[in-house]
Design a protein around this ligand. Structure first.
Ligand code: HEC
Ligand code: HEC
Ligand code: HEC
Ligand code: HEC
Ligand code: HEC
Ligand code: HEC
Length: 499
């Protein structure tokens, strides 16, 4: 029989190596084909297709080479050939049975391998894979995600998107992530901004059409001050979201920034993009305005060298899915629902404080919250402990629930670790630029007038008169802080980082 390959190829090691290599190549081809046909590719399947299988392939090739070298050496030393391949004669019944068993077995084997790779592939597509397989690492993101408006949008739809280039990028970083988790040297918390996050045009805008005009939307917010009576106040804000299509009519409102024909570019001095000394806005007809901070003096050279970015959805909506709520907001929310009884004295302050101690683990946190709240009422209001027993226990349970959804001590995650850019109360947010201290050369100021972005339709403190005006009422801060709320950023007091 004429042999296709040189003599030295035909030895056991080389043949096994060749089989491994061939199966790997087939599987890689199969998975790549699956990926190409899938609508939204999966992030981690590539670990199999681009990392594990190629490793098997390399191993196979290594065996081929090793076998050949060994064979050459044996020939040089005059030893007999390592392997004489069997002759198969299909007229021989024993050969025939052997061959049939081998043939059917191989097909079954390939079928099983194919099916299980398909299952593995499907699994890596799922949110459970992203969120739960690396349970400890992704727990904060997965938990927050389940309570977010995007709970039914797959992780991959924001983090990977479709198409080849981000697919490969995410495979490579995905492979590194697996290594980092195995070696336990990943950062806690996982740092943001994610630098190679896919541009919003290719993710968010696949579902949310930027040219769409959003009407104004009313928020009715309820707050409780941290005093004995948990003094309640309500505020109606009409958010001027706006947006719209420049070809179909005027554009306005907050979504003015995102309008494709407007361009806002900014320079940031820090990695988190919170300190912004320089902003350039460009209108559709090419008019450029440059705003500079009057507080941070940076020369043009350093601006040119600093990090610059054109604003898109993520510069405001940077926490669309993993929202770690500030404690005051969560507690206000459950108090307004009546799940924590607002008549329980001091409860607002106590609940917020219980959430904010730096706990070392989740379990310690849950236990300490119970001890702290019960202890507080035992000491301060001993007479209430029996009459309001149920309300106090309900408070403990609600605060524990808030804690477990928003604080992740093991990953060092809490609301303070991630700036949310959408508002301005707990984080600098809009006031990074609209702080009244960014001025253009011709004197135009990026206003922080309270009725520019939203109209304060109404404001009412408990036992006080209702202030109401469709044109916007003047803001009254709930506790007397003089004019500080006009001069400082709200977040300077409402998110003091040293806590
Ligand atoms: C609606 C879009 C969206 C969905 C769905 C989504 N994410 Fe995110 N994710 C983001 C954005 C935006 C960021 C922040 C990017 C930044 O600040 O640079 C982020 C950040 C992260 C981070 C970095 C740490 C952090 O808390 O910011 C991790 C980890 C993460 N996402 C994992 C997941 C997982 C796991 C899922 C699915 C269970 C998921 N994401 C679903 C948009 C999304
Ligand atoms: C796969 C489709 C999809 C993608 C991708 C997506 N979203 Fe959404 N988004 C939705 C849906 C659906 C809702 C409405 C949820 C509801 O009202 O129940 C929504 C709601 C929202 C809301 C309103 C939230 C609220 O509080 O009511 C915002 C803001 C938003 N998305 C921003 C984003 C941003 C920013 C991105 C990109 C990081 C993004 N979305 C990516 C589908 C998507
Ligand atoms: C300048 C900051 C900013 C940018 C840029 C921005 N948004 Fe918004 N967006 C907002 C604010 C503020 C709201 C109102 C939030 C609220 O009501 O709590 C909003 C609301 C929304 C809503 C909810 C609308 C509704 O009726 O509830 C969606 C959806 C949304 N944005 C999507 C996007 C998308 C997609 C992009 C990128 C093309 C984008 N936004 C860019 C600030 C921004
Ligand atoms: C990176 C800086 C930056 C950030 C952050 C930013 N803006 Fe702006 N904003 C601008 C610039 C620049 C203009 C345009 C001023 C001009 O030249 O007319 C503008 C204009 C506006 C306008 C007026 C639009 C019009 O109709 O003329 C509104 C409303 C607004 N921003 C709301 C917001 C809100 C709400 C946020 C936070 C969610 C925000 N902005 C965050 C830079 C910023
Ligand atoms: C540059 C635009 C902008 C300006 C100027 C502005 N706000 Fe806001 N404000 C927002 C946005 C956007 C939100 C919504 C945040 C959200 O949806 O979570 C908001 C929310 C609020 C809230 C509710 C916060 C919460 O989380 O409960 C209050 C209170 C408020 N603003 C007061 C003010 C006051 C007082 C001023 C004037 C000093 C002011 N705002 C100026 C954009 C602005
Ligand atoms: C000088 C510090 C300071 C500044 C600046 C400041 N606040 Fe406050 N704020 C306070 C204090 C102190 C309280 C009372 C704390 C409490 O009751 O828990 C408070 C309470 C509040 C509350 C009710 C408590 C809650 O969070 O539920 C809201 C809402 C609020 N402030 C909004 C704002 C807004 C909006 C701005 C910016 C326009 C602002 N504050 C600026 C110090 C400040």
């Amino acid at each position: 029989m004429k042999r296709l390959f040189p003599h030295s190829f035909y030895n056991l090691i080389t043949l096994i190596g060749a089989a491994i290599a061939a199966v790997s190549v087939l599987l890689i081809a199969f998975l790549v084909m699956l990926e190409a046909m899938a609508e939204s590719p999966s992030p981690y399947m590539g670990i199999i297709a681009f990392v594990l299988l190629p490793m098997a392939l390399l191993f196979g090739v290594g065996m081929i080479v090793m076998g050949i070298l060994r064979e050459h050496r044996r020939t040089r030393l005059g030893k007999p050939h390592g392997l004489h391949l069997p002759m198969i004669d299909l007229n021989n019944p024993r050969h025939r049975t052997g061959f049939t068993v081998f043939f059917v077995g191989s097909i079954l084997f390939l079928g099983v391998v194919g099916f299980s790779s398909f299952k593995a592939y499907e699994h890596t597509e799922s949110d459970e894979f992203c969120g739960e397989t690396c349970h400890g690492v992704m727990e904060p993101e997965f938990t927050a995600y389940q309570y977010s408006p995007h709970a039914r949008v797959g992780c991959v739809q924001c983090h990977i998107g479709s198409g080849a280039s981000y697919f490969v990028k995410s495979k490579l970083s995905g492979a590194y992530q697996v290594y980092a988790v195995l070696a336990d040297n990943y950062p806690k918390p996982i740092p943001t901004p994610i630098e190679n996050l896919r541009p919003a045009q290719q993710t968010c805008e696949q579902c949310h059409w930027p040219k769409h005009f959003y009407s104004e939307k009313e928020h009715v917010n309820t707050y409780y001050v941290s005093d004995e009576h948990n003094t309640k106040w309500t505020m109606n804000l009409l958010m001027k979201i706006g947006g719209g299509n420049i070809e179909a009519g005027p554009t306005s409102g907050i979504h003015w920034h995102m309008n494709i024909s407007h361009e806002v570019t900014y320079a940031a001095l820090d990695r988190e993009r919170q300190i912004i000394p320089w902003i350039r806005s460009r209108t559709p007809n090419g008019k450029e305005t440059i705003y500079r901070s009057t507080e941070i003096s940076v020369d043009d050279d350093s601006i040119a060298k600093s990090f610059q970015r054109r604003m898109d959805c993520i510069d405001c909506h940077n926490r669309p899915s993993h929202i770690y709520h500030p404690p005051a907001r969560s507690v206000n929310h459950v108090m307004a629902l009546g799940w924590i009884d607002p008549k329980l004295p001091d409860v607002k302050g106590v609940a917020v404080k219980a959430l904010e101690f730096p706990y070392t683990t989740k379990q310690v946190g849950l236990d300490s919250i119970k001890t702290y709240i019960e202890g507080y009422y035992n000491e301060t209001y001993p007479s209430l402990v029996s009459t309001k027993h149920n309300e106090i226990e309900k408070t403990v349970a609600e605060v524990q629930k808030i804690f477990s959804r928003n604080y992740f001590p093991e990953m060092k995650v809490s609301w303070k670790k991630f700036n949310d850019n959408i508002g301005h109360l707990y984080y600098p947010g809009c006031f990074r630029c609209h702080d009244g201290k960014h001025v253009s050369d011709d004197g135009k100021v990026l206003s922080r007038d309270c009725n520019v972005c939203h109209t304060i339709l109404a404001q009412q403190f408990e036992r006080d008169t209702l202030r109401l005006s469709l044109g916007g009422v003047e803001y009254h801060h709930p506790v007397d802080i003089g004019a500080a709320w006009k001069e400082m950023n709200c977040s300077d007091c409402h998110n003091s980082q040293e806590q």
